[in-house]
Design a protein around this ligand. Structure first.
Ligand code: MG
Length: 259
């Protein structure tokens, strides 16, 4: 079911989203050569306590997995696309690693979801180009999140913005968010035929393109969660929670001026 959030609920989600942005800014500063994925998750838990918000993926048990997710964050390195587990055999960042951090929190009972990609140490021009294209795809998708458009307009804006040399992961996609971690509708990054519903004010979507330096195919590792590119190519993932307002899209997961 697609849910509609009222003005007060969107206001709360914007406050929660601003907290999430502050936490992610802090976590980004820890993506340094010699630090580990566990350092990222430990710091996330400290900040989650500090801001009195809830870590929504800690203990989350998706149907595809045989055990609940054991960490607050997903930290995915290089060929890992999404759902890298930071506290299962913690990984020490090396120079040039492409690191994606995904965090979902609830604030006053409402859920916001955001992800960032960046490089530890010195980035190659390839990694920077991939991250840049992923961010551009996200912004193109957000621009299309307007009342009267359909979900497919977001999808086509995302896929249409991506230079041909990059792959777009099809197996995972964006989603409605707010009262729950995953709500309808799905927001694909590649057109799958169904144009999806018409966008209406009060809908809130997590938009999250995942790009690769190679093909679009992915597989899940033995830990049951970590998604990697099948061809071993680098991958980047960025995400914002976006409210459809009467006048257009509003990014909820950015730092607000009031805070
Ligand atoms: Mg996410």
């Amino acid at each position: 079911m697609i849910t509609i959030k009222n003005k007060e609920e969107i206001e709360v989600m914007s406050e929660g989203g601003s907290i999430l942005a502050e936490i992610l800014d802090d976590l980004e500063s820890l993506v340094k050569v010699g630090n580990t994925t566990l350092d990222i998750d430990d710091r996330a838990m400290e900040l989650i306590d500090h801001y009195k918000v809830e870590p929504m993926i800690l203990g989350y048990h998706p149907v595809f997995a045989n055990h609940p997710y054991p960490a607050a964050t997903c930290v995915s390195i290089n060929d890992q696309v999404v759902h890298g587990i930071p506290n299962h055999k913690p990984y020490t960042f090396k120079n040039g690693d492409l690191v994606s951090i995904d965090l979902v929190i609830a604030y006053k009972g409402l859920v916001v979801d955001s992800a960032r990609s960046l490089v530890a140490g010195e980035a190659t021009s390839e990694a920077l180009a991939l991250i840049g294209a992923t961010k551009e795809a996200l912004m193109a998708g957000i621009k299309a999140a307007r009342p009267g458009n359909r979900v497919k307009d977001i999808t086509m804006a995302i896929s249409g913005s991506v230079p041909k040399r990059f792959g777009i992961v099809e197996a995972f996609c964006g989603h409605g968010v707010g009262f729950d971690l995953h709500e309808a509708p799905q927001v694909p990054n590649v057109l799958i035929g169904d144009p999806g519903p018409v966008l209406k004010p009060g809908m809130v979507l997590a938009i999250e393109p995942m790009l690769t330096m190679g093909g679009h195919e992915v597989e899940v590792k033995n830990d049951g969660y970590t998604v990697v590119t099948k061809d071993g190519s680098l991958s980047a993932h960025v995400e914002h929670t976006v409210a459809i307002m009467k006048n257009g899209p509003e990014i909820l997961t950015k730092r607000s001026k009031v805070r």
